[in-house]
Write a protein that binds this ligand. Structure first.
Ligand SMILES: *Cc1c(COP(=O)(O)O)cnc(C)c1O
Length: 453
């Protein structure tokens, strides 16, 4: 066994110079977002009050490559890019599979997930456009942490609305955000009309991502010089994540490998798109037959039980409608540990690829997912986020299928984040307290029933 084949580390000058934009290669244009009041396509200018101008330009751009600004590349270097790609050799041996398993390490930066890839780009564009303050929402805290880090690097103030249940039960990411200088409020808060409405009914309201979004948007539009940032789902976010797959492609080439399976977990779709789309580019051009596998929790079965249709992007029905795979914006998401996989819909480009059979998806229970994470930890030493363990579980299942068929296939998955601030999920798995949740088909149908057709 040559040690070189266990790991690929790129040099500083191999950091990608451009983002890859899948909109250039999609089989059809994306259906436009619709204004919830008129049900007509949203004019991008209507969103200028919230988003950076350059992000909105990228949102609908069909140019294939978008240059990464020098200062953003510098920030990437500072945060550990290019990230290494590892081979899970001991895990392969443990499984007794002839398959090779590779994984891309997006867990090694100080924020602990892939999310800084877009956070630093967004913070940079905002600062270039004169923005001095940002607002955002966060559930479990990964996005808030990534944006707090990026805001610190680019000298922007940040206010984060964090769902009260996470704020109280998971204080460590809140502390991390504060270390980076962000102001963090438990949501619902008394600072906005949206928050006060819920607080009046229940002073200990646990909050939800939908409420936190409403608060962050209200705070943004009522304060001069303030803009807003989103960490997933939108096209420009997926484009920023393409640094992951571009690096992985170089690394697989250097190892003289070509993945047969490309695997990732999906919350809004950004980390998997980041890894997958530079490879999908080849498939869309007839140059690859790789199998793309998107992995979601059974508790939020957007692509495995939901429908591909227009749905509101937010629970309050005030954000635009997007054509996507969804379980319905009113779906009551069970309290699974993979907080980053609880969004009701999936990114529009990824939804189209799944709808057209260019990607497929699978769903798992959290007990099986955490068991996979423990197997990874005990064989490779890496403690992955509960979200990432969905990808680990799928990669293991494919490797076991390869053993049954005696096929020496190559599997590549994205390790989207570390689990060192999610140890309660591991504790619950080890103590036997972890509960599986899956909606009945009738519950999903009921959730979808009220959507506009
Ligand atoms: C946020 C998050 C996800 C889910 O978001 P995507 O946009 O689907 O990538 C997955 N893994 C980790 C570690 C996260 O923090």
């Amino acid at each position: 066994m040559q040690s070189a084949a266990l790991k690929s580390v790129l040099s500083v000058d191999q950091l990608p110079t451009d983002y890859y934009n899948i909109l250039h290669d999609l089989p059809a244009p994306l259906p436009p977002p619709l204004d919830p009041r008129t049900m007509k396509p949203v004019a991008p200018e209507a969103l200028l009050r919230l988003f950076a101008k350059e992000c909105l330009r990228q949102e609908t751009s069909t140019e294939e490559f978008i240059r990464i600004p020098d200062e953003v590349r510098e920030a990437y270097l500072r945060l550990g890019r290019p990230t290494p790609l590892y081979r899970a050799r001991r895990l392969e041996q443990k499984l007794g599979t002839p398959a090779k398993i590779f994984f891309k390490r997006e867990d090694l930066n100080p924020a602990g997930s892939h999310k800084p890839n877009t956070a630093v780009a967004q913070a940079y564009y905002h600062r270039q456009e004169g923005t001095t303050r940002l607002t955002t929402e966060t559930g479990a805290g990964q996005w808030g942490t990534a944006l707090a880090l990026a805001a610190a690097l680019f000298g922007i103030d940040l206010t984060v609305y964090m769902t009260r249940s996470s704020y109280e039960q998971k204080p460590y990411r809140k502390i991390l955000m504060e270390v980076y200088g962000a102001k963090v409020h438990a949501s619902p808060s008394a600072l906005t009309n949206a928050g006060r409405k819920y607080l009046e009914k229940d002073r200990a309201h646990p909050g939800s991502l939908g409420i936190a979004i409403s608060e962050a948007v209200e705070d943004c539009v009522t304060h001069d010089g303030t803009k807003y940032s989103l960490g997933s789902v939108l096209n420009h976010v997926l484009t920023h994540q393409s640094v992951v797959g571009q690096e992985a492609k170089l690394q697989m080439d250097e190892l003289d490998e070509d993945p047969d399976y490309i695997v990732g977990c999906i919350g809004g779709g950004s980390n998997f798109a980041g890894l997958a789309y530079p490879f999908m580019r080849d498939k869309l051009r007839g140059k690859s037959e790789a199998d793309f596998v998107a992995v979601e929790p059974k508790a939020v079965p957007s692509t495995t039980k939901g429908e591909y249709r227009y749905d509101y992007a937010d629970a309050a029905e005030s954000a635009p409608l997007i054509k996507m795979f969804t379980v319905g914006h009113g779906y009551q998401c069970p309290p699974i540990h993979a907080g980053g996989l609880r969004y009701h819909g999936k990114a529009p480009s990824m939804s189209m690829l799944i709808d057209r059979g260019l990607m497929r998806s699978v769903a798992y229970d959290q007990n099986d997912v955490m068991a996979a994470g423990i197997l990874l930890a005990q064989n490779e030493g890496v403690v992955a986020a509960p979200e990432s363990n969905h990808a680990v579980k799928a990669a293991i299942d494919i490797a076991l299928e390869c053993r049954r068929r005696d096929e020496a296939k190559t599997i590549l998955f994205n390790l989207s984040g570390h689990g060192l601030l999610d140890l309660q999920a591991y504790q619950d798995k080890i103590s036997g307290a972890l509960v599986d949740y899956a909606p009945k088909d009738s519950e999903v149908r009921a959730s979808l029933a009220g959507l506009p057709s």
